[in-house]
Design a protein around this ligand. Structure first.
Ligand code: 4AD
Ligand code: MG
Length: 438
């Protein structure tokens, strides 16, 4: 057994320090900074839960340990022990008076230094870049968003159902499918779990899936990932209006949770939280026809019938502090499964939620087509193979009911809530057009 395991000194995480003031504890972490004046050493240790400054005077450590201390460099893995003290001036900040330092792993020439590095360099070293305080904060906020989503859906009585990743059919169009071999067959990586959730909703009433989605999109923008995570609720008997209300509640709840539980992390990423605090329900709702008018009045070259591009979304959403719900998009710019608007069949019962501050679409939603006849027609129009959709058509053959649902992207939501200006920071190992490694 190693010395660390036989000692009675408790191993704590830095975030628990407040409960251990006046006690001698052990920290296991990595060196964030080190400096020595010859008489006193300052060692900043991070352990993933926080950072703590550890101080040693010449008399606090043996000569050997003192030597060891001075040889430490950024990202050396260490075990330290010492007395926890409250910072004399800053409340909530704690320090350690070192009595023991142990080196577990050296980190010679650690590539990421406190100086500025270019984006490509950082992305090439993403496996190390994750250790920076900013990236840690982003990952924690991401985890909180996911937890908030899941808690909310569970509380609303939705059952988590996992959708498959290998699929024989396209959900969101055939142009961005990732094709892969499935023994003697072809399969695609899932673009969305929606179609499977529609089946599950007919079994359980209210369901949601949460998993990865893949889009072979040749778009190199601040918002597009090739692989992203999405939560997709599906609700039997619900109308478009019902799911829009649910989306609003989900977002209000998520903002509340992040503001409540991620204050420190939001500070680290320098998020202007007043912008989030200004978000209120009900969210503004804008019919596509009115959106077209607004865009044209703003001088944008937009024709009725087109899909909103990123600059159009920004133009519209910049007018509001809260997310903007744009409804009734033309059926032609939406997926095959959208229910037509009974008052104007050129339009669909759809809604995109556009986050404020130019973050753009974070939710895509709609009421699903209930008529088998029309579904057949749409499958033809979209050039989709009927054989792959027979099971989906069964949902219209056997006890078909109106139903609606939505998909919310985790990374886009995180970009908005954490104020990130590029999706590359929103996933631990983001997959982008020109990046598959590390
Ligand atoms: O609008 P989308 O494509 O909708 C669907 O996939 C539906 N089947 C969802 C449903 O109704 N169940 O995608 C939904 C959301 C977008 O609003 C966006 O937040 C995210 O998924 N998303 C992406 N995020 C990052 N990179 C991409 N390439 C994304 N494509 C979609
Ligand atoms: Mg969409």
């Amino acid at each position: 057994m190693s010395e660390t395991q036989t000692t009675s000194t408790p191993w704590i995480r830095i975030r628990e320090a407040a409960a251990h003031v006046g006690a001698t504890v052990e920290l296991r972490g990595w060196v964030a900074q080190h400096r020595s004046s010859g008489k006193v050493q300052f060692l900043v240790v991070r352990d993933g839960s926080g950072q703590m400054q550890c101080v040693a005077g010449l008399n606090d450590l043996s000569a050997e340990q003192w030597e060891l201390g001075t040889s430490l460099t950024q990202e050396c893995a260490v075990i330290v022990r010492g007395l926890v003290k409250a910072h004399p001036k800053q409340t909530g900040v704690f320090e350690m008076v070192l009595s023991h330092v142990e080196l577990v792993g050296r980190a010679p020439d650690y590539p990421i230094t406190p100086k500025e590095h270019g984006v490509d360099f950082l992305m090439d070293h993403r496996h190390l870049w994750l250790r920076s305080p900013r990236q840690q904060a982003i990952l924690r906020i991401r985890a909180e968003i996911i937890r908030a989503f899941r808690d909310f859906m569970d509380e609303q009585g939705f059952t988590l159902v996992d959708a498959p990743i290998f699929t024989p059919n396209a959900c969101e169009g055939t142009t961005n499918l990732f094709e892969t071999q499935y023994f003697d067959d072809k399969a695609y990586l899932s673009q969305s779990g929606q179609l499977y959730m529609e089946a599950a909703a007919m079994a359980l009433g209210r369901v949601y899936c949460f998993g990865p989605a893949f889009r072979a999109e040749k778009s190199k923008t601040r918002r597009h990932l090739i692989e992203f995570w999405m939560m997709e609720p599906e609700w039997a008997w619900a109308t478009l209006g019902d799911v829009m209300n649910l989306e609003e509640k989900l977002l209000m709840n998520t903002i509340g949770r992040v503001l409540d539980r991620c204050r420190e992390d939001l500070k680290v990423v320098e998020r202007d939280v007043s912008k989030l605090e200004r978000v209120t329900a009900p969210f503004p709702r804008l019919h596509y026809n009115d959106a077209v008018k607004m865009l044209q009045e703003a001088g944008r070259p937009f024709e009725w019938g087109g899909d909103l591009g990123a600059p159009d979304e920004t133009e519209l959403s910049n007018r509001y502090d809260s997310p903007l719900m744009v409804t009734h998009y033309p059926a032609a710019v939406k997926a095959f499964y959208m229910e037509p608007d009974p008052t104007d069949p050129r339009l669909s019962l759809s809604c995109d939620v556009l986050a404020p501050e130019g973050y753009g679409e974070i939710i895509g939603s709609g009421q699903r087509m209930s008529s088998l006849e029309l579904l057949n027609q749409r499958i033809d129009e979209h050039g989709l193979p009927h054989s792959a959709f027979e099971w989906y058509k069964d949902l219209r053959r056997y006890g078909s009911v109106p139903h609606s649902g939505f998909g919310i992207g985790i990374e886009r939501t995180l970009c908005w809530l954490a104020g990130l200006d590029h999706v590359r920071e929103s996933a631990a190992f983001g997959r982008m057009l020109n990046r598959l490694a590390p």
